[in-house]
Design a binder for this molecule. Structure first.
Ligand SMILES: CC(C)(COP(=O)(O)OP(=O)(O)OC[C@H]1O[C@@H](n2cnc3c(N)ncnc32)[C@H](O)[C@@H]1OP(=O)(O)O)[C@@H](O)C(=O)NCCC(=O)NCCS
Length: 347
């Protein structure tokens, strides 16, 4: 360890609307982001504040800052589900680039364990980025190993660059998908900053969303499936609006039953609207095997590009063993860009 002494590190709570401290914390986080993932533009100060002030639906947030004297050296965010998975805490943390390898991370980790024991939470989960070809190797996974967390699930990050897609292949795929999808009607809408999810879609989307908990591989993560909750769809839309995020959705409705049975979305962040993120893709179990997953994704890309003409990258994460989703993504032109590890610790 070098100069910072762990007993000189103070850890205390902060409020997202604390202007003075908030500016220093944001500046440190932004510098850390630019250092750790230089090809992703960090969210703006106002957008981050909005997301901290409005945690995901049914979750609460507790936020801590580490200081040495007057200087901010790191921060810790705890997100605590209240409606389900009440044994869990999702943790995010960072240390100022100039104060790394001085024990700040260990101090924040010790604080996390103390606070979770006070709260009676027994499992912590942290997502740690591991960009491809990082030089020097990414600190997050090394730190997580050093403090005794276990990697419970590794997701592979892939990127799609529409300009580099083999359109002859994707056009043929789309023609095949359309020919098979005559029992289904295509739906497209945008929400978040662009407005609200159509109310008539909300129940179906809530039902589809929780299929991910049971059907997408979750490795050794100690998580339980949620109950469908239409309010979570409405609340996420509102949270995205506050954070300046636009979401572009494509779904299909089964003509016979009138139910939405496949759904995908791409999100465009305010910091760099052209660097988009692939969100949920899910197909109702009764309608799998009909290329609907490929269909909605193929239809969503030109829709997202029409809505956000600067779109140049779409980034996605899949569990390494999610063979079906990966096969679809590879066919669409997604290529490996790095990894995200989900580390876990029983407290
Ligand atoms: C990961 C992070 C929080 C570590 O903070 P830190 O204050 O530098 O960590 P510490 O000084 O307490 O390091 C504790 C141990 O972790 C390991 N470690 C930390 N960074 C490492 C690196 N870059 N390479 C190898 N080992 C590392 C070492 O074993 C270290 O002990 P040592 O310095 O005595 O050898 C910081 O690098 C960071 O903010 N990274 C980006 C955000 C992130 O990945 N957060 C997720 C954290 S799980």
């Amino acid at each position: 360890m070098n100069s910072t002494k762990t007993d000189a590190i103070d850890v205390k709570t902060f409020r997202p609307d604390d202007i003075t401290l908030g500016d220093a914390i944001y500046a440190g986080w932004r510098a850390a982001q630019l250092h750790d993932v230089p090809d992703v533009t960090p969210f703006g100060r106002d957008n981050i504040q909005a997301m901290l002030e409005t945690p995901p639906h049914g979750w609460t947030g507790e936020y801590f800052v580490a200081t040495v004297g007057d200087e901010v050296v790191g921060a810790l965010l705890l997100f605590l589900p209240q409606l389900d998975n009440t044994h869990l805490a999702h943790v995010e943390g960072w240390v100022h680039v100039e104060h790394r390898r001085m024990g700040v991370g260990r101090r924040l980790y010790a604080h996390t364990l103390d606070r979770l024991r006070e709260l009676g939470r027994t499992t912590l989960v942290v997502r740690v980025q591991d960009p491809a070809d990082a030089d020097p190797p990414a600190a997050g996974p090394r730190f997580a190993d050093a403090v005794g967390m276990t990697c419970a699930l590794t997701e592979v990050t892939r990127r799609l660059q529409p300009g580099e897609v083999d359109t002859a292949t994707t056009d043929a795929l789309l023609a095949d998908c359309r020919a098979r999808a005559t029992d289904y009607e295509l739906l497209q809408w945008s929400d978040g900053l662009d407005g609200a999810t159509p109310p008539e879609h909300v129940d179906d989307l809530a039902r589809l969303e929780v299929r991910l908990d049971t059907d997408a591989p979750t490795g050794d993560l100690n998580m339980q499936a949620r109950e469908p909750d239409p309010e979570s769809i409405r609340a996420r839309c509102e949270r995205n609006r506050l954070a300046g995020i636009r979401n572009f959705h494509t779904a299909v409705r089964h003509r016979e039953t009138g139910r939405i049975v496949a759904w995908t979305l791409i999100s465009s962040p305010p910091s760099d609207p052209g660097h988009c993120w692939q969100g949920i893709t899910v197909v109702d179990p009764d309608h799998r095997g009909k290329r609907l997953g490929t269909y909605v994704k193929l239809e969503n890309l030109p829709y997202a590009t029409a809505m956000e003409p600067s779109l140049r990258v779409v980034e996605t994460n899949n569990a390494g063993e999610n063979a079906h989703m990966i096969a679809i993504n590879e066919a669409l032109g997604y290529r490996i860009h790095g990894r995200t590890h989900n580390y876990q610790k029983e407290v």
